[in-house]
Design a binder for this molecule. Structure first.
Ligand code: JFZ
Length: 604
C-alpha cells in the first residue's frame, strides 16, 4: 500500500523530466552529435570529373544535381569509369578538406563513401568498382579521411547509398519503376554488395555515423523492413556507438532506435522535435561539383540557417563539392571560412546550445538559443539578425531579471537594460557588433522560467496579434491554403462569430491604439468587430474593402486588404492584459481577417 506514493512520485518525476528535457528521445550515443551542431558534408566521386556536363550537353532535368549525371544522361558504365582519368590524383589531399572543416567550425565530416553510382571511395574487397582500381598506387579516400579526422579531432561519418546503386545489375534505379526488378534479385544485390561493403567500412574504419539515403517509405519501394533491420543490426553489433540517420528508410517514429532524423535537402527546421535532427544543406544547389552554379547563398543566410536550426534543437551539415583536383569553388571556401570566423567569436551560442522554452518565431529581430554554462549559470543568446533602429532590443516572455547582459564578442562591456515582469529591454550600442549576426547574452544564475503565451513586442514598438499567435480562440475560422496567397496576404476566413484571445505585457500605464486589417467583399457589410481589454471596449462596423490590382500585369484583380483604426484606450494598470477580439459577420456574410496591431504610446 505505501508503495503508492513512491510510484506517484516516480510518475511525476518522469512527467517533469519530459517537460524540462526538450529532447526526450536523445540516445546516449547521439550526445556528441547534439553538442556539435555543425558538420561538413562532402559529395565527391567520379561525377565530380563531369562537372555537370556530358559530351557538350548540360545535365538533363532542371534539378541539376551533378552527382546524378550518369543516370540522367544515360552514360554507359565503361565510359563513366573513364572519368577517373580526369582526376589529378596527386593534387588530392583529403586532409585539406578536413582542415577547412575545422576552420569553418565544423565538428564532423560525412563523405560519400558510395553514392548512387555505386563507386566505392575506399579500397573495397567486395567490389572491384572502387577507387583502388583506378589509382596507381592504390588510393583509399575513406582511410585518408579517417586519418585526417583523427589527427584533427573531428568525427567521421560515411554516406552510403544503400537503396540506389546504378552499378550493380540488381541495385535499385529509377528505371525499375518501368522495368521491374524482382525482390529476389534485389536481395542478391543487398546480400552481396550492401551488407558486405557496410561491414567492410565498419570493420576497417572508425565510423562515427552512417548516413543512408532513401526518400521513399520502404512499403512503397523494393527495400524490405527486414533488409533495413539487418543493416542496422549489423551496425549496432559491430560499432554500437555509430549513429544511423532516418534516411535509412526507418523513421524515428517507426523505430526509435534510429539516432537522428534527416530533413529534406536544404529543408530548414520549423518546429522543435523530441529527437535529434539535421538539415543537409548546400551553399548553392548541386551537391557534387557543378561548373555552372549560380545561386550562392550568402554567409549571412547560411549562418541564419544554422542559428535557426539550433534554436529548434537541430543540426546543420553543410556540403562541399570538390573538383576532380580536390579544389573547391571560391564561393564555398570563402563562406565556410567566414562562418568559421563568426563561430570563433560566437560558437558558444551554437555548440551545446539548443532551444529555449519560447516559441522560436516569437521575436521579429531574430532567434534565441540557450544553454547552461560550465559554471552552472544559464545563458540566453539573442541572435540579432536585425539590429533595431531604436537600439532597443525587446525580449518578451522571460520571467526573471538577468544578472548581466553583454555582447558575446565583448563580455566586459555590460549593456544597460530595463526589466519589468516578462519583459527585458536591452539598450544596444549604436553599431552592430558583427557584420553577419551579433549575439547578445542574457545571463541568469539559474534557468529562468518562460511565459509562453505572450505576444512579443515588435522592434517597431507595437504588437502584432494574428490568428496564429492567439493563445486561445473560439469559432470556426479556417486558414486559407498557402497557394492562395501571393499578393493576397495570409488570412483566415470567418463566416460566423469568432473570438481570439491574446496576452500582452504592458510595462506601464499607457494609451493603446488599435488597428486591424481585413478584406470584406460584401457590398454592404453589417457585421461588427469588437476589442475588449479589461472593462474597456472599442467597436467598429465592418467596411467593404473592394478589389485591388495584384501586380503590374494585366487582368489580375484580387481582394483588397485594408487597415482600419478602431481607436484607442487608456490603461491605468500595467502587467499582463488579455486582449479579446470578437468578429461577427452578419448572417450569410464573410470576412477575411488578417491582423490586429496594437501601438503602445511611448511615455517616459
Ligand atoms: C539525395 C541524393 O539523391 C542527392 O544526390 C544528394 O546526395 C542528397 C543529399 O540526397 O537526394 C535527396 C534525398 C532525399 C530527398 C531529396 C533529395 N528528400 O527526402 O526530400
Amino acid at each position: 500500500m505505501n508503495q503508492l506514493p513512491k510510484y506517484l512520485f516516480l510518475f511525476f518525476a518522469f512527467v517533469i523530466h519530459l517537460r524540462v528535457n526538450a529532447q526526450t528521445q536523445l540516445t546516449e550515443r547521439a550526445e556528441w552529435f547534439v553538442e556539435d551542431r555543425f558538420g561538413m558534408f562532402i559529395h565527391w566521386g567520379l561525377y565530380s570529373g563531369a562537372e555537370g556536363f556530358w559530351k557538350g550537353e548540360k545535365l538533363r532535368y532542371d534539378n541539376d544535381y551533378a552527382e546524378w549525371i550518369q543516370y540522367r544522361n544515360r552514360i554507359p558504365k565503361d565510359e563513366y569509369l573513364q572519368l577517373a582519368g580526369r582526376f589529378d590524383w596527386e593534387a588530392i589531399d583529403v586532409e585539406e578538406w578536413v582542415l577547412l572543416a575545422k576552420e569553418a567550425g565544423m565538428k564532423y565530416v560525412t563523405l560519400t563513401a558510395k553514392h548512387h553510382d555505386g563507386f566505392a571511395l575506399w579500397d573495397s574487397k567486395v567490389s572491384t568498382y572502387d577507387v583502388g582500381q583506378v589509382t596507381q598506387p592504390k588510393r583509399d579516400i575513406v582511410k585518408e579521411l579517417n586519418e585526417a579526422c583523427k589527427k584533427h579531432g573531428l568525427k567521421m561519418g560515411l554516406y552510403y547509398s544503400h537503396w540506389i546503386d546504378w552499378e550493380h545489375e540488381y541495385g535499385w534505379s529509377h528505371r525499375n519503376e518501368i522495368e521491374p526488378l524482382s525482390p529476389k534479385n534485389y536481395d542478391q544485390y543487398w546480400q552481396e554488395k550492401v551488407i558486405p561493403q557496410v561491414r567492410e567500412l565498419l570493420t576497417n574504419y572508425e565510423v562515427d555515423l552512417f548516413w543512408f539515403d532513401m526518400w521513399v517509405n520502404h512499403p512503397n519501394t523494393i527495400v524490405s523492413k527486414e533488409q533495413l533491420l539487418q543493416l542496422k543490426n549489423m551496425i549496432r553489433e559491430i560499432r554500437p556507438n555509430c549513429l544511423v540517420n532516418s534516411r535509412l528508410g526507418l523513421s524515428i517514429e517507426e523505430d526509435p532506435d534510429v539516432d537522428f532524423r534527416t530533413l529534406g535537402d536544404n529543408q530548414l527546421g520549423n518546429e522543435k522535435l523530441d529527437y535529434p535532427w539535421q538539415t543537409p544543406a548546400t551553399v548553392a544547389h548541386s551537391w557534387g561539383f557543378h561548373a555552372q552554379e549560380n545561386e550562392w547563398k550568402s554567409t549571412t543566410t547560411l549562418l541564419r540557417n544554422l542559428v535557426g536550426n539550433v534554436a529548434l534543437n537541430g543540426n546543420m551539415m553543410l556540403n562541399i563539392g570538390p573538383r576532380a583536383n580536390g579544389e573547391l569553388p571560391y564561393e564555398i571556401e570563402q563562406r565556410l571560412k567566414q562562418m568559421g570566423d563568426w563561430l570563433k567569436q560566437n560558437g558558444e551560442a551554437i555548440y551545446g546550445a539548443g532551444a529555449f522554452d519560447l516559441p522560436s518565431d516569437l521575436h521579429d529581430w531574430g532567434a534565441i538559443t540557450a544553454k547552461e554554462t560550465e559554471e552552472g549559470k544559464y545563458r540566453i543568446y539573442a541572435h540579432v539578425f536585425n539590429w533595431p533602429l531604436s537600439k532597443h532590443l525587446p525580449i518578451t516572455g522571460i520571467q526573471q531579471k538577468p544578472s548581466r547582459v553583454f555582447l558575446l564578442e565583448n563580455e566586459r562591456a555590460l549593456l544597460p537594460f530595463v526589466y519589468h515582469e516578462f519583459e527585458t529591454i536591452i539598450q544596444l550600442p549604436e553599431e552592430a557588433m558583427n557584420p553577419y549576426i551579433s549575439v547578445v547574452v542574457l545571463e541568469y544564475d539559474q534557468k529562468p522560467t518562460a511565459q509562453q503565451k505572450l505576444v512579443a513586442k515588435s522592434v517597431y514598438g507595437g504588437y502584432s496579434l494574428t490568428p496564429w499567435n492567439a493563445y486561445k480562440f473560439y469559432g470556426t475560422a479556417t486558414t486559407e491554403k498557402a497557394e492562395n496567397f501571393g499578393s493576397v496576404p495570409k488570412h483566415v476566413k470567418i463566416k460566423e462569430k469568432q473570438q481570439y484571445f491574446w496576452k500582452v505585457n504592458i510595462s506601464q500605464p499607457t494609451t493603446l491604439s488599435f488597428t486591424t486589417s481585413y478584406s470584406c467583399q460584401e457590398k454592404k457589410p453589417t457585421g461588427s468587430l469588437k476589442v475588449k481589454v479589461n472593462n474597456h471596449e472599442l467597436s467598429g462596423s465592418l467596411q467593404p474593402t473592394g478589389k485591388t490590382v495584384g501586380e503590374p500585369k494585366q487582368d489580375w484583380v484580387i481582394d483588397q486588404f485594408l487597415q482600419f483604426s478602431l481607436g484607442s484606450m487608456q490603461l491605468n494598470q500595467k502587467g499582463v492584459v488579455e486582449i479579446e477580439l470578437e468578429i461577427e459577420p452578419a448572417e450569410g456574410q464573410e470576412l477575411d481577417f488578417q491582423w490586429l496591431w496594437i501601438n503602445q504610446k511611448e511615455s517616459k
